[in-house]
Write a protein that binds this ligand. Structure first.
Ligand code: PEP
Ligand code: MG
Length: 567
């Protein structure tokens, strides 16, 4: 039934502002073992099929290498192509086929054995495990006569459509060739959404029905602020989106300088970063430092913890990038949706409620000690650096004391904690007698306050920072800070939403950290309102019985001009 130009409007959640329209690029999911395949009765001819598939994989990787836009990706693709026809790997598959395994099971089992060997070798060889899995998934798709998984080669700027994207996949996207991201699943505070905003790529998640709607459609348009998606847009859709973008740009054009309300009440505007490269890019923006350096992103996809020297080098780069501007480094927050193979404490029923964040550091003291040592060395090395260090997932005073004592023993100057659990929010007055500062991680604070998995996009309504229960947690934290005269920041995604930012300022939050691309909208919004209005907004939002009423109440008091900045 789908005519070639069936215009369809869909609504998801906007997670990275900006608009885009253009050709569609479908991201194909990996298919896995064929559960219905027969056992191998002719290992020799099955071996030929597997060889053909692997050679096909190698050839396609080589041709991608030829067109790669950087020397690094060219080298990576060529090395992966060579691994695809590695004799040891093929021998291993033959062995599995001879044992009677079906073709796709033989590939998977042989790859697993090979991966274990590479892991044992450690270092560079261990890092090749990811490439090996990529080869496995591509070869499996080929023998099953299905399209190869992953992001297709893009010959022109395109909008990616996917069921979901893994954080590691998103991190490698090139904003030059990916002009937008639309996912059927995913959550507003998932790490994939966070990375999209970090890269400044307009994105919407939870766009139900998008996969079906784009069948046979070449074009799509997207508003990453509102979450509106139009399949087969017409000329007026595109010009309306462009007009909204223009109005937004005008509003942001003279947004510059320190963050402050109209009457001069300062609210520091900071960047969330994950790598030294992010730091270098973020430092070029007009912002006041970094309020969250997610150090675990340095370690994703690695089989061994980086050495103290390597970490020191990275931290030095980050501190140098920001000069005398504040840099808040969060110690390793591994676990839950950011598992690290070298920091794995074994399977858990509920990883988000398990030994993640500081809990993991308290078990793997070696890892936190190395990190604190490297941070202290970097702090010594960069003159004038304003380094603050904080721990993730804190819920007790004892944990705060444990971390603060340890970090101070390395001579680190400003020690804080993240407030990501209701326990920490409620105890903030006591916690802040020990810690020098706190930063509210609204992504996890919403998850744990509302008992709603942040990875589960269907629960987006419960995860909204407008939920009165979440606002009350933030209020409790801010009051704890005020009582002790200690600064409270927000570094979860809520801080980058201009309207929420006004309420946060009204509640007493003194710094907001977000994807650099979001800073100018938040600054422009703050500048249009005085502190008294922010306080009134906070007051009304806190008293509102529902999340949507809280948002409406705040919007009512806001200058109507900001409607093009908010979703
Ligand atoms: C948060 O939970 O809000 C936060 C900033 O940490 P992360 O998103 O990395 O869990
Ligand atoms: Mg968190």
């Amino acid at each position: 039934m789908s005519e070639s130009t069936a215009r369809t409007e869909l609504k998801g959640i906007g997670v990275s502002a900006g608009t885009a329209s253009g050709p569609i690029a479908l991201v194909t999911p990996a298919v896995g073992i064929d559960q219905h395949e027969p056992a191998s009765v002719d290992p020799e001819s099955d071996g030929v099929r597997v060889r053909e598939a692997l050679e096909g994989v190698a050839a396609s990787l080589r041709s991608r290498a030829e067109h790669a836009n950087s020397e690094t990706s060219k080298a990576v693709l060529e090395a992966t192509a060579t691994l695809a026809t590695d004799k040891g790997l093929i021998k291993g598959i033959d062995k599995e086929l001879k044992k009677g395994s079906g073709v796709t099971k033989a590939i998977h089992d042989a790859v697993e054995t090979y991966a274990a060997k590479l892991r044992k070798l450690g270092g560079y060889m261990a890092e090749r495990v990811t490439d090996l899995y990529d080869i496995r998934d591509r070869a499996t798709a080929r023998v099953r006569n299905l399209p190869e998984p992953g992001i297709p080669d893009l010959t022109e700027p395109s909008i990616l459509i996917a069921e979901d994207l893994a954080p590691a996949e998103t991190a490698t996207l090139d904003p030059e060739s990916v002009s937008g991201i639309i996912t059927e699943a995913g959550g507003a505070t998932s790490h994939t959404a966070i990375l999209a905003a970090q890269l400044g790529i307009p994105a919407a998640v939870q766009v139900k029905g998008i996969a079906e709607a784009v069948v046979n459609q070449p074009q799509v348009a997207l508003d990453g602020g509102t979450g509106k998606v139009i399949v087969a847009p017409d000329a007026s859709d595109v010009s309306e989106l462009e007009a909204r973008s223009r109005r937004r740009a005008e509003l942001l054009a003279d947004s510059a300088g320190e963050g402050a309300t109209r009457d001069g009440h300062k609210v520091k505007l900071l960047a969330n970063i994950g790598t030294a490269e992010d730091a270098r890019k973020a430092a070029k923006f007009d912002l006041e430092g970094s309020g969250l350096f997610r150090t675990e992103f340095l370690f994703l996809d690695r089989d061994a913890a980086p050495s103290v020297e390597e970490q020191t080098e990275t931290y030095i780069k980050v501190l140098q990038a920001f000069g005398q501007r504040r840099v808040v480094v969060r110690t390793l927050d591994a676990g839950a949706d950011k598992p690290l193979s070298f920091a794995d404490l074994g399977p858990e029923e509920n990883p988000a409620l398990g030994r993640r964040g500081l809990r993991l550091s308290m078990e793997r003291v070696d890892l936190i000690d190395q990190q604190l040592e490297a941070l202290a060395a970097a702090h010594q090395a960069v003159e004038g650096a304003d380094l603050w260090v904080m721990a993730p997932m804190v819920s007790t005073i004892e944990e705060t004391e444990w971390f603060a004592e340890r970090a101070r023993s390395y001579g680190l100057p400003q020690i804080g904690v993240m407030v990501e659990t209701p326990a920490a929010a409620i105890l903030s007055e006591q916690i802040l007698t020990v810690a020098d500062f706190a930063s509210i991680g609204t992504n996890d604070l919403s998850q744990y306050t509302m008992a709603a998995d942040r990875m589960q996009g269907e629960l987006a309504g419960l995860l909204s920072p407008w939920q009165p229960a979440v606002l009350r947690m933030i209020q409790a934290t801010a009051q704890g800070g005020e009582h002790n005269g200690k600064p409270i920041g927000v570094c979860g995604e809520a801080g980058g939403d201009p309207l929420v930012a006004l309420v946060l300022a009204g509640l007493g939050v003194s710094s907001l950290s977000m994807a650099p691309a979001k800073v100018s909208a938040v600054r422009a919004t703050l500048r249009l309102h005085d502190l008294e209005t922010c306080r009134d907004m906070a007051d009304l939002a806190i008293k509102a019985p529902t999340a949507s009423q809280a948002r409406e109440a705040a919007l009512e008091l806001a200058d109507p001009i900001i409607r093009d900045l908010v979703s």
